[in-house]
Design a protein around this ligand. Structure first.
Ligand SMILES: Nc1ncnc2c1ncn2[C@@H]1O[C@H](COP(=O)(O)OP(=O)(O)O)[C@@H](O)[C@H]1O
Ligand SMILES: [Mg+2]
Length: 375
C-alpha cells in the first residue's frame, strides 16, 4: 500500500508566485517529498497587484479568480509528476491568493482568489480551500493559520520548560510563540512588514522585484527621524491577535504625512530605513511576547535577505536566531507545508486553527472540500 502524502499550495502577500510542496505527514516530523514553484504570468500578477491596490469590478474579479485558479492548477499538476512511487496524494490544501483581508469592523471577512474547482479539474485530487472564513465566522481573525503547524513541528523539538518562536519573513512578518505542552498559550500574530515595503520601494526606484540579499540597503545608513516616524504607527502598539497586509502597509502608507521627508532622502537611505523598520518592529513585538532565551526559527523568503537576518540576529540577542532548516523544515517551504498539513487536518476532521492565536471562540477543522468527479 502506498503512503499518504498531502500537497500544500501557497502564494503570500509578496505575490512572487505559487509555492507548491508535497509532504509526508505520517511520521512525527513532516518530510518534504518534492517542491515546485510556479510564477504568475505577468498579466495575472499585474492584475492581482491592481486588484489589491484599487479593487476590481465583479466581472474582473471573477475572471481573475479563474485565471489564478488555473495557475494554482498548473502548479499542482506539475508537482504531482514528482510524487514518488511510494506515495499517493490524498488531498491538496489550496490557500489561493489573498486580495482582501478585513479582520476588524462590522463586515469582517477575507477573500482568496483561485477557483478551487479548477485545481480539482487540473489534478483529479480532492482540494481543500477557503481556510480562513470559518475562523472569522467564530470571531477569529482568520490569521495567522500557519501557527498551528508551527506548533505541531516545533513543540516536540523544544525543551518542556523553554519557549521558541517561529518567525516567517514573507511580505508581512508573522510570529508564533510556542510554549511546548501548552498549545493554549501559543501566540501567533503579524508583527508588521517584513519584505513588502522594501519590495515596493526597490520596484518603484529601480524596477527590481526585491533587494537581492539586502545589498542595496547595505549601501546606506537608516535615517533616524524617518525610522521613528514609521515606528509610531498605531498597528505596532496593538496586542495580539493582530493581522495586517499590503492593503495597509504599502507605498501610500509610507509617504502619507511624510512626503517631503521621504523625498528629501537618498533612495538607498529609505531602503535601509525600511529594512531596519522591519527588524525593529519585529524585535519590539518579540520582546513583548516571548522570553529572552527563546530560540528564534526563521522561515519565508526573507531568510535570503542577509542584511535583514543580520539586523534581526543583533536586535534579538540574546535569543539565538537560526533558520527552520535546522529543525527539519526547509525555510522557504514552511508556509506551503502548513497548507498540506491543514488539508490533512481537514480530511481527518481535526482542528486547523488555534483559538489562542486567531481569537476564534472554538477550534475548527478549516476549509471546504472540493471533490473530483464521481466514479
Ligand atoms: N535572494 C533574496 N534576497 C532578498 N530578498 C529575497 C530573496 N529571495 C526572496 N526574497 C524576499 O522574499 C519575498 C518572498 O518571500 P515569501 O516567503 O514567498 O513571501 P510571501 O509569503 O509574502 O509570498 C520576496 O518578495 C523578497 O522580498
Ligand atoms: Mg511567496
Amino acid at each position: 500500500m502506498k503512503t499518504a502524502a498531502f500537497m500544500g499550495l501557497m502564494s503570500g502577500t509578496s505575490m512572487d508566485g505559487i509555492d507548491a510542496a508535497l509532504v509526508d505527514l505520517e511520521s512525527p516530523q513532516p518530510l518534504l517529498l518534492a517542491t515546485h514553484r510556479e510564477p504568475y504570468p505577468e498579466p495575472v500578477r499585474a492584475a492581482l497587484e491592481r486588484t489589491v491596490r484599487e479593487g476590481a469590478s465583479l466581472r474582473e474579479g471573477l475572471g481573475l479568480d479563474v485565471a489564478v485558479g488555473e495557475c494554482f492548477g498548473r502548479a499542482a499538476r506539475a508537482l504531482l509528476e514528482h510524487c514518488p512511487e511510494t506515495h499517493q496524494v490524498q488531498a491538496i490544501g489550496h490557500h489561493g491568493q489573498t486580495v482582501l483581508h478585513v479582520p476588524e469592523g462590522d463586515w469582517r471577512s477575507t477573500l482568496q482568489l483561485g477557483d478551487p474547482a479548477r485545481v480539482v479539474a487540473a489534478t483529479g485530487v480532492p482540494v481543500v480551500a477557503d481556510f480562513r472564513r470559518a475562523d472569522m465566522a467564530y470571531g477569529g481573525q482568520g490569521a495567522p493559520l500557519a501557527s498551528a503547524f508551527h506548533y505541531a513541528v516545533l513543540a516536540p523539538q523544544t525543551a518542556p520548560d523553554s519557549a521558541c518562536v517561529v518567525l516567517n519573513l514573507g511580505g508581512i512578518a508573522n510570529a508564533t510563540v510556542i510554549f511546548p505542552g501548552q498549545p493554549g498559550r501559543t501566540v501567533g500574530f503579524d508583527t508588521g512588514p517584513a519584505n513588502t515595503l522594501m519590495d515596493a520601494w526597490i520596484q518603484r526606484c529601480r524596477g527590481l522585484p526585491h533587494d537581492h540579499e539586502g545589498a542595496w540597503a547595505r549601501s546606506a545608513l537608516a535615517d533616524a527621524s524617518l525610522l521613528d516616524s514609521l515606528l509610531a504607527d498605531p498597528f505596532l502598539d496593538r496586542r495580539p491577535p493582530r493581522s495586517t497586509g499590503r492593503e495597509y502597509f504599502n507605498l501610500d502608507w509610507l509617504v502619507r504625512g511624510r512626503e517631503s521627508l521621504v523625498e528629501s532622502l537618498a533612495p538607498a537611505v529609505v531602503a535601509r530605513t525600511l529594512l531596519e523598520f522591519s527588524a525593529v518592529s519585529i524585535s519590539n513585538a518579540l520582546d513583548e511576547t516571548s522570553p529572552q532565551d527563546a530560540d528564534v526559527w526563521l522561515c519565508g523568503g526573507g531568510v535570503h535577505n542577509r542584511l535583514l537576518c543580520e539586523s534581526l540576529t543583533e536586535r534579538l540577542y540574546p535569543r539565538k536566531v537560526r533558520t527552520t532548516d535546522a529543525v527539519g523544515v526547509p525555510a522557504a517551504w514552511m508556509e506551503a507545508m502548513a497548507f498540506a498539513w491543514l488539508a490533512r487536518q481537514r480530511m481527518l476532521g481535526l482542528p486547523g486553527n488555534l483559538p489562542s492565536v486567531t481569537g476564534a471562540a472554538v477550534a475548527l477543522s478549516l476549509g471546504a472540500v472540493y471533490l473530483p468527479p464521481v466514479g
